[in-house]
Each structure stands twice: as structure tokens, then as C-alpha cells.
Design a protein. Structure first.
Lengths: 166, 383, 388
């Protein structure tokens, strides 16, 4: 068999001709208010209190963070609440020079997955790093939460400002 | 003898309610899943070889919403996929998974968390073609109004007949623990309710509810091992008609007539009006139930059929004994799976105060809602 | 139970570009028409249609599958849209496979489309809404963050250098020069990649594939039907798919376990015991250069941490012992999400039927594999095809 396919369809619009093409505009106006649910509600309330809480599964003995009312491995309800520390180690990190809409940031953000101490090994969440220079960043570094003052906390992941080296 | 290749061996439903603020959608799904697996007598982490979820991004409020499905239904590190369709379409894929040898035990899940959605009509508006049919400022249910008028014109069903569907289904729901919108109404209450898209009134429209349903489907061999009451999926087919408002045949539900033709032929159904004991079908809007009764071949003059009581639980062909979406709430993509859930209870003889006396074979049917002409028909039987 | 054998008999692909004049429906139509033409059949012979497209947010259309229906050939047909994020493109033919294997259809049209350009100000914006409402969205998270985090973890665990990873981008953009649909073919060097502007370190501009518009389609059918159409049908040998936990911050990102599971599912069906020896050519999902390496390892085509070494040794070049992404991949041809995976399936079909022209790999090919990846770094789909 030889090459049968010769023509590939499609017409490109180049940047310079974009205004010559007809388009209709529409701005979607969508609103949601997601129920946080049993597990995340308690987690957020505890953030407001300046603490991090996890759920434990008595079958596999894991301390689950972020907390959930189900254990996805054992497929059963988790058994109770468990306070973990607000310190941890950097599992991996990156340095963001761009915002969500792909525009450039003035100051880069340090982003990390942080394994939280007290939770089962490898359990953690995404957050920002602060009070640290680019050169100091490394996988495995110990960090601790820098909390907002109590009066400013609202029950959000942003109640932790960032994590800093300790 | 109809096909007995694939059977439903377990069903589970979460609580149904207009608002389930205490639970996240994940927790709602977990509630349904736990119950379905207990009903089937299976250990989901060892026994299930394929999982299917049925969802749409904008209802979830998450892009790539399929990524949030696995953990709470036991599908971590398992084959799972999401179909952008209703729960009955998920069941059709499960049927194919069993027949193609993907797995002898497949789980289908669908849910609604409409109480999380603060702009339901805006999402419905987004369903229309952005260039030709999206009419900002006009209630997006306009198409239902157009369709209802055309249907009444062609069929001879009256507005009173349509309202009678709402009265029947909301009354049926009084006996259903999931009857979120159960009510005892008179025709006048429905006809005099607020007009949303003339001639369609609010009383003829199903109202949003939250809920999750999980269904476990197995091969014949596995089903006989697991269950002494397997419900056979003896025919299933799906069909899409025109996607553009301008081309739609608004008088009839061609997706229902076309999908039922193939489903019936798989199941050996030649006379739907007499071979089924009951029907659980789409009633997103009251007129839709009438249109579907006709397109599925259950009755020629659906208006008279319902108004005369023949679709009542004690009638010749009970339709939506459960209360349908009008009585139990509209669960978006999960509405179809709710119909399956109720049908399975009837077929097993476990429908409690709703139980009807003849309950061996039924038709279950879905429609994806405005502005689509897509739907699925399935034939279920207890033997 | 005797499962029917399934064949691939045609493929179609549009140009991949940053912006296309065609709407999503029109792109789908072009790909479908080309696939039907290449199979030598008409739409009336198609029993069912499977469509694939990633987030509705790109188009701003709810129930996008229903909207694309007529362009995708689904009018008055059993039609469904399957959805597994970035892995959708390879999943569409997998779904078409079970339509035919189950006996429900004799001929199934599989089409994947993506039109990312309608979303303003930038297609990337759609990806913000893929993240968790409570844990991640408040942080201003982007898709690039999590890939950079995965890349960094992969590098840290195995001690891999950025330069080693950059070789993938160099190879794929070079391969794309011979692809008639390619958006970003180029002759570049490792140094060019290293010097390109940092986006989210370690990810730099030239480590990343571009946003694109495009569509692709393939025709699947029963063996009986295929034998009527062609003397040399291409068989579907194996299909696999798998999802990992949504809690991606609870997983070690250095290795894609879900892909290993998906690959093993496909290999089992295909009777492949030693994939490294039995797979002749592979189209591995490469939205970022490190992903090609990561996925080679998950696919068992390289040992853990070995993929960069194979790349350095030239094994994965078009004339190498195990050609990877001879098409030019997403890095070179472009990344219209769902259509990109379909482009890979088309490429394996072209390779197995010797229609790849200048892209044809040097070695004799019998078995080829296409793979895609998606969701929160948790999903993979695998499609293995074989020439008898």
C-alpha cells in the first residue's frame, strides 16, 4: 500500500486577519454554591481555628488528608477525626511565572505539594511557599504554615497564607 | 424467548431532596454506591471490572468533571469513564461492556446536585447553538413551549390531558419515599399555575432535586450466581435526531420511536401496548410523557389514555407509578437512572406501597432535555 | 463468550492550527468525511457514532456533544460522547471498539474534535475550573503548575536533567516537519529549549505543546465488513483504560501507576507479554516533553527512570529501534485536546498501512500503540492496533 492520503482539510485564521472573520460574542454568567459536605465543612472550620484536621480509616490505618468521609481504598466510611500538624515536607515544587489566563506575573509564585506531618506518609495538599529564595528551594525541605491572624480567617485554604522553611 | 445476556444485580439510591446542603456531591454518590454494592452483595474493590459515570460539566460546575468521579464509588485505579449522557445511556454502554467482554460486572452511576447550581436557566441557555438559537433574555424553556403546542396540534391531546399527567405523577409520588414533589392536586391547580413558556405552566414542569443512583450490571452467568432476582436488560438502544431547533420534528419524539424499535426487536417485543406490564418514562414536562407514550407505541391517543385513568397504577398500562420526575424531582442526567431504580423495585416486587400486581416486564425511556432530540429506550424484565 | 474481532478501515485528520476558520461542527465534518472517503464507505453504512471532545468551557456550549452532533455524523444515529479529559482522543476509538465487539454495531464512526480558540482571553483559562473548589481554586492554580510539579518530582526521584527532557521536544518538533497538519514543526536544539522563557519552572515555553483547533476521525468495523473493503485490514488488538484517585496530592507523581494498569489491560487483550519487544511503534501522549518519557515508563516500554537514556541513545528516533511519536506528537503537530489523541491513533493507522510517507518509520511495523492521558494527572487510555 502506498500513501493514499494527500489532502488534509482546514483553513487557518492568522492573527493579522482575525478581525476580518465574523464572530458572535457571549459572556457566560454562571453561579454555583457548592455544598462543602460533611468532611470539608469540618476541615474549613478547623482552618478558621488555625488547625488542620484529617480523617482516619481504622481498617487501613491511614490518616487521610484532605479529609473525606469515605476511604477510597477500603471503600467504607472513615472512622473519626484526627488533628495533624501544620508542618510538613515539600514533596515537589515549581516556580510559576504565569497567571491562570496565561499572562505573565510580576513576581513569580513558589508552588508546592506539601506532605503534612501527622498524616499518612505522602498525604498532603497544594499550597504556596513564602519567605524563601529560589536557590533555597528543594524537594524534601521542611516547612511550616504561616497563618493569617485569627480575625482574618474565614474558613478557607487561604487562612494559611503560605508555608515557610523551618 | 427474549435475550438474557445482561442483568441488573444491584441498585442503590442516595437520599433525594430539593436541597442536600449537608452533603457534597461526592458524599451523595458514596451513599448511593454503598447501598448498591450491599444490594448486589459484592465487594466493589475486588469484583467490578468497569465503572461508568454519566455527567455534564456545567451541571457539575467543574470542567473535565469526570476526574472527580472515582474515589467515592470505589473506582480508584480501575477502568472508569464518563459518558456525557443520561444514566440510561450509561446503562447501554454497560451492556456493551458486558457483551464485549470488558468485564462481567459493571457499575453505572449518575447524580444530580442541582442545589449547588445557582443559575440553572443560564446553563440551559448555554445548551443552545450560540449563533442561531441562543436567545438571551428569553426563558430557555421556550423550546418546550413550542414543542408542546406542536405536539397538542398534531396529536389531539388537550392541555387538560397534559395537566392530568402532572396530577397523576405527583399523586403517585405520595406513596414513594423519594417523592420530593408529591402533592395532591386538581387539574385546575396545574393549569392555573404560572405560565413559563406558553402554553407550558410551572405545574407541568418537573422541579430540580438532588440525588445519586448507582446500578450494578452483570453477565448472565455472574448474575445467576449473585442474585436470585436478576432483572434482565433484554433490549436497549439509543438514538439522536436533529440537533438544530430549525430542523426538529417537534410534534413527535423520533428519538423515542427509533430507539424503541431496536430495543423492542432485541427483546422480542412486537406489541408494546400489551406486552409490557408498566412503563417508567421521561416526564421532564407533562406533555413529554404523553408524547413518549405515543412514540413508544404504548397507546395511540396518549391524552385520552392518561385522562381516562388507564395509565394509573391500577390501569391497563401504569405509567410512572413512582411519580416520575414530576413527582420525585428532576435529577438532570440521573433522571433516567432514577426511572431504572424504580422499575427494578417494581420488577422485583419490592416497591412497597407503590407495588403493582403485574410486574414482569417494562419499558424504561429517557430524554436528555432541551434543546436535544436524544434519548434511550430499554426493556427490563424479571424473567 | 466469543467476542467479535474489530478492524480499523479509514482515518481522517484536519490541519491543526492556533485558530481555524471552521466551527467545531465543520472541523468534525471535515475529519469524518475524510475518514469515510479513506475507508471507501458512505455515512449510510455507519451504524453508530462516538464523539469525543474535552471541556464544554472551550466552546461555551452546554452539552457540547449534542451541539456537535450533525457535524460529527450523528444525525439520526445512535450517538454518544465519551469523556475522559485529555485522554478522550484515544478513548473514542476504544469506545467504538466496544460498539462493534459487543455486536451492537457493524460500523462505528469515531470522531474527536477540539476548538479551543473561542474561549477568551486564553484557552488556558478553562483549566482553572478543573480544580477542586475548596483546596485549589482559591490559590489561583493553573494547569501548568501541576505539570511542573509532576515534572519536578519525576526529575527529583530519578535525578533527571532538564537537558535530557528537552531532547524530546527537539525530536518531536523535528518529526513534525514531515507532517502535513503540523502547527509547530521546527528544527531546534536542546539549548533553544533551555533558553526559552520559563512558564512554570521547570516547564519552559519549548517544553509545552500549543493550544490548537482541529479534528480527527477513524472508522471501526467488524472483521467481516473490513474484509469486504480491504485486503489488509488493521485489527484492534487491545484496549485499556484506568483512572487514579482524584486526590492527586496523595499520590507520588513520579510514576503513572494508572497507565501501567491501563497498558496491562490492553496488553492482556492483545496477548502481549513483552511490550518492549512486541510494540513496533508508539504514539505516546506528549503535551509536555517530560510526559513522553513518563508515559514510556508507564507503558512498560522503558524501565522506571530509563526513558531519558533511551532517548539520548536515539532509540526513540524514527529510524530507531523503538520509534516514539514519529508524527511529531503534540509538541510538533499541536494539541487540540481530544483531537490530539485521535491524531496519534491516525498516525499508527497510517504507519501500519504504510501511508505515512516521509514519516514512515524505518523498521517493519506490525503492532502499534497510541496512548493519551488526562484529568488531574490520573487517567490513561491505550489503543493497540495490529497488521495481520
Amino acid at each position: 500500500m502506498s500513501e493514499r492520503v494527500k489532502f488534509f482539510p482546514g483553513r487557518e485564521i492568522r492573527s493579522r486577519s482575525i478581525d476580518e472573520v465574523l464572530a458572535s460574542e457571549y459572556a457566560a454568567d454562571l453561579k454555583y454554591s457548592w455544598a462543602s459536605g460533611a468532611a470539608m465543612s469540618r476541615f474549613l472550620i478547623e482552618l478558621k481555628n488555625g488547625r488542620i484536621i484529617a480523617r482516619k480509616c481504622n481498617k487501613c490505618k491511614r490518616i487521610l488528608l484532605p479529609p473525606r468521609i469515605f476511604c477510597e481504598d477500603c471503600f467504607r466510611e472513615t472512622d473519626g477525626w484526627f488533628y495533624v500538624k501544620d508542618t510538613g515536607t515539600v514533596n515537589t515544587y515549581s516556580i510559576s511565572y504565569v497567571a491562570a489566563d496565561a499572562s505573565r506575573l510580576k513576581e513569580p509564585l513558589f508552588v508546592a505539594v506539601i506532605n503534612i506531618e501527622g498524616a499518612t506518609e505522602g498525604m498532603g495538599f497544594l499550597h504556596l511557599l513564602g519567605e524563601v529564595s529560589e536557590k533555597e528551594l528543594k524537594v524534601g525541605m521542611r516547612v511550616g504554615a504561616v497563618w493569617k491572624p485569627e480575625a482574618e480567617r474565614i474558613g478557607s485554604i487561604l487562612d494559611i497564607r503560605y508555608f515557610k522553611p523551618i | 424467548m427474549p435475550k438474557q445476556d445482561v442483568a441488573i444485580v444491584g441498585i442503590g439510591a442516595s437520599r433525594f431532596d430539593s436541597i442536600t446542603a449537608g452533603l457534597s456531591y461526592k458524599e451523595l454518590m458514596f451513599e448511593a454506591a454503598i447501598r448498591a454494592y450491599a444490594d448486589a452483595g459484592i465487594d466493589v474493590r475486588y469484583d467490578v471490572g468497569s465503572f461508568i459515570c454519566c455527567a455534564e460539566d456545567f451541571w457539575e460546575g467543574n470542567s473535565i468533571s469526570d476526574e472527580y468521579m472515582p474515589d467515592q464509588i470505589g473506582a480508584k485505579l480501575r477502568p472508569l469513564f464518563t459518558v456525557s449522557g443520561d444514566g440510561l445511556l450509561g446503562l447501554a454502554h454497560a451492556y456493551m461492556h458486558v457483551m464485549a467482554g470488558v468485564s462481567d460486572l459493571v457499575v453505572v452511576e449518575s447524580h444530580s446536585k442541582l442545589s449547588d447550581v445557582a443559575s440553572k436557566e443560564k446553563i440551559e441557555e448555554l445548551g443552545y447553538d450560540p449563533t442561531f438559537a441562543r436567545l438571551p433574555g428569553i426563558d430557555p424553556r421556550y423550546l418546550a413551549g413550542l414543542e408542546m403546542r406542536r405536539y397538542m396540534e398534531e396529536s389531539g391531546s388537550t392541555h387538560e390531558d397534559c395537566a392530568a399527567v402532572a396530577v397523576k405523577n405527583k399523586r403517585n409520588a405520595l406513596k414513594n419515599p423519594r417523592g420530593v414533589y408529591a402533592e395532591s392536586l386538581a387539574l385546575g391547580d396545574v393549569l392555573d399555575s404560572e405560565e413559563i413558556a406558553s402554553p407550558l405552566t410551572k405545574g407541568e414542569m418537573s422541579q430540580p432535586a438532588d440525588g445519586s443512583i448507582v446500578v450494578a450490571v452483570a453477565s448472565a452467568k455472574k448474575a445467576r450466581k449473585l442474585s436470585d432476582k436478576p432483572v434482565w436488560l433484554s433490549g436497549i438502544s439509543w438514538f439522536s435526531d436533529a440537533p438544530n431547533v430549525e430542523e426538529m420534528d417537534l410534534g413527535q419524539a423520533l428519538y423515542a420511536s427509533n430507539s424503541s424499535r431496536k430495543a423492542y426487536s432485541m427483546a422480542g417485543i412486537t406489541k408494546p401496548a400489551t406486552q409490557f406490564d408498566f412503563a417508567e418514562i421521561d416526564d421532564t414536562y407533562a406533555y413529554k410523557e404523553l408524547q413518549h407514550i405515543e412514540s413508544l407505541g404504548l397507546a395511540k391517543r396518549a391524552g385520552k389514555f392518561v385522562s381516562s385513568g388507564r395509565a394509573n397504577p391500577d390501569g391497563a398500562m401504569p405509567v410512572n407509578v413512582s411519580g416520575g420526575s414530576l413527582g420525585t424531582g428532576h435529577l438532570v442526567e440521573a433522571s433516567a437512572l432514577a426511572r431504572v431504580y424504580e422499575a427494578v423495585l417494581q420488577l422485583r416486587g419490592e416497591a412497597g406501597p407503590m407495588q403493582i400486581s403485574s410486574h414482569k416486564k417494562c419499558v424504561v425511556q429517557s430524554w436528555r432535555g432541551i434543546p436535544t432530540q436524544s434519548g434511550v429506550t430499554a426493556v427490563l424484565s424479571s424473567r | 463468550m466469543m467476542v467479535r474481532k474489530v478492524c480499523v478501515i479509514g482515518a481522517g485528520l484536519t490541519l491543526f492550527r492556533r485558530r481555524m476558520l471552521e466551527t467545531g461542527k465543520e472541523l468534525s465534518f471535515e475529519a469524518c468525511r475524510m475518514a469515510l472517503d479513506s475507508a471507501g464507505i458512505q455515512r449510510k453504512e455507519v451504524d453508530s457514532v462516538v464523539m469525543g471532545s474535552a471541556p464544554d468551557a472551550f466552546d461555551g456550549v452546554h452539552m457540547k456533544g449534542e451541539y456537535l452532533l450533525d457535524g460529527a455524523g450523528g444525525y439520526k444515529r445512535p450517538y454518544s460522547r465519551v469523556y475522559v479529559g485529555g485522554a478522550t482522543g484515544v478513548y473514542v476509538p476504544v469506545s467504538a471498539w466496544w460498539h462493534v465487539a459487543s455486536g451492537m454495531s457493524d460500523v462505528c464512526l469515531a470522531v474527536a474534535e477540539e476548538k479551543m480558540s473561542p474561549l477568551q482571553p486564553h484557552p488556558q483559562y478553562a483549566f482553572w475550573s478543573i480544580f477542586d473548589h475548596h483546596m485549589e481554586r482559591p490559590l489561583g492554580v493553573t494547569l501548568l503548575w501541576i505539570f511542573a510539579l509532576e515534572m519536578r518530582r519525576y526529575m527529583a526521584v530519578h535525578g533527571i536533567k532538564e537537558e535530557e527532557i528537552a531532547q524530546v521536544s527537539v525530536k518531536n518538533k523535528h518529526n513534525a516537519i514531515d507532517h502535513p497538519c503540523a502547527q509547530l514543526p521546527a528544527e531546534i536544539t536542546v539549548e533553544d529549549v533551555m533558553k526559552s522563557e520559563p512558564m512554570v519552572w521547570p516547564v519552559k515555553r519549548l517544553d509545552v505543546s500549543p493550544p490548537s483547533d482541529g479534528a480527527g476521525a477513524v472508522i471501526l468495523c467488524s472483521e467481516e465488513f473490513a474484509k469486504k473493503m480491504t485486503k489488509e485490514p488493521i485489527y484492534v488488538a487491545g484496549c485499556g483504560w484506568n483512572i487514579d484517585s482524584t486526590y492527586w496530592t496523595n499520590r507520588d507523581l513520579y510514576y503513572p501507576q494508572y497507565l501501567e494498569n491501563a497498558a496491562k489491560m490492553a496488553y492482556k487483550q492483545a496477548g502481549i507479554a513483552n511490550p518492549r519487544k512486541e510494540i513496533d511503534v508508539a504514539e505516546v501522549y506528549d503535551p509536555f516533553d517530560y510526559k513522553e518519557l513518563h508515559h514510556m515508563e508507564g507503558l512498560q516500554l522503558a524501565k522506571k527512570g530509563e526513558a531519558p537514556k533511551l532517548t539520548t541513545a536515539g532509540v526513540t528516533q524514527r529510524n530507531g529501534e523503538l520509534p516514539i511519536n514519529p508524527s511529531g506528537g503534540l509538541l510538533g503537530v499541536g494539541n487540540p485536546i481530544a483531537a490530539a489523541g485521535m491524531m496519534k491513533v491516525c498516525e499508527i493507522y497510517f504507519q501500519l498501512t504504510h501511508q505515512a510517507g516521509k514519516r514512515q518509520v524505518k523498521k517493519e511495523v506490525h503492532t502499534g500503540l497510541a496512548q493519551a492521558w488526562g484529568d488531574l494527572m490520573q487517567y490513561s487510555s491505550v489503543f493497540v492496533m495490529r497488521r495481520r
